[in-house]
Write a protein that binds this ligand. Sequence first.
Ligand SMILES: *Cc1c(COP(=O)(O)O)cnc(C)c1O
Length: 453
Amino acid sequence: MDLSSYASPAAIIETVASQLACSPVDKEVAVQLDEEDELKHLRACFHIPRVKDLPPTNLALVHKNETCVYFAGNSLGLQPKKVKTYLDEELDKWAKLGVHGHFTGKRPWALGDECIVELVADIVGAHKEEVALMNGLTVNLHLLMLSFFKPTADRYKILLEAKAFPSDHYAVESQLQFHGLDMESSMLMIEPQEGEETLRTEDILAVIEKEGDSIAIILFSGVQYYTGQLFDIPRITKAGQEKGCFVGFDLAHAVGNVELHLHEWGVDFACWCSYKYLNSGAGGLAGAFIHEKHSQTVKPTLVGWWGHDFKTRFLMENKLQLSPGINGFRLSNPSILLVCALHASLEVFGQTTMKLLRRKSILLTGYLEYLIKHYYSEDTNDPEQPFVRIITPSQIEERGCQLTLVFSVPIKDIFKELEKRGVAVSNQGFALLYLTKIVGCVIILELLLFTAA
Ligand SMILES: *Cc1c(COP(=O)(O)O)cnc(C)c1O
């Protein structure tokens, strides 16, 4: 991915500091960067919890009306304010029109998913026909594997990360079992090198080169949920396909976080959930992608009426006219309530571009990294001094907006002190939201300083 057009965060921070004649770690820098932030108005599109409402907050330590510093967007995105409006619209329609709601109004229920699919296609860099919104993530992963994983005597392995998200690990395990395959020889898991946390692209490519002839499917995450590593999707895809493998990605932590060009990269298939960076609410409507090149050849293994071509679906003739590509994989009519929540979030994304969001995210993440390094680098001369190690890659092309931190002091204490002050963190890392103000980085560092010092 070419990120050469993005200036280095450290350079921006130091330039601003020198213009203000202050230190790069002074709060003035954060205030100035917030001032210049062209996307700052988008923060107002979300409900941001108040510290006083978060269960573990110690009210003696916070200002009552302050909003929390939300670092948990990698786990559950915040609620867009329009969600309630859109839900009300459809609930009113249901109350007034009953079954007529299927084909009338702003979001005809029978076309609910299709009303918003284009907005999602833009975010993942796909054509509208290559994307379907349906089910949950793990369900979609299974449906895709049921069609792409057709093991033969010579080609029967699935290559994945050793520390894949548990649901992906189990999905692969059960697919192999379903085909009666031996786990030991067919589940190929790639581990980081001794003493390292993240995978090197050259090591991934070397495994593909060596084992590719017997690999049926390569399944990686886009952004690793634990380390925050962004994989080189186009290179892994190309290398796998040159060996005759299908290459698929679980984009749960990549969608809405980094720029994606699934069509251009030629990725065979992908799936994602929408409740993390896409802010659709717990259990939101998931997505799936199959590249156009497979639209006539890769068919769903399991079929339902929603995969039947819309034009004749309701004739009920029981003569299947399957929609091409991923659209034929849809089984059931979509939940309009889930469509509403996702729609509200996608409209916020629609006010900007992934390119601009990524630019802000790189600066925000780089700024936090800058401050952490400043205050908490390991000091070999003073072994008593607490320190923080960042296991997420430092190269911006190898990460999204998550930083995963390892502390030299017990994490439980840090976690507790942060939560007492209304900082929402997930125990997987600190994912900076676009809607987090840069000033938030300073607050969190002050807190870390407080706890660890
Ligand atoms: C969040 C996440 C899941 C969760 O799966 P659901 O089916 O949405 O419950 C699965 N895989 C990855 C990689 C995730 O990050």
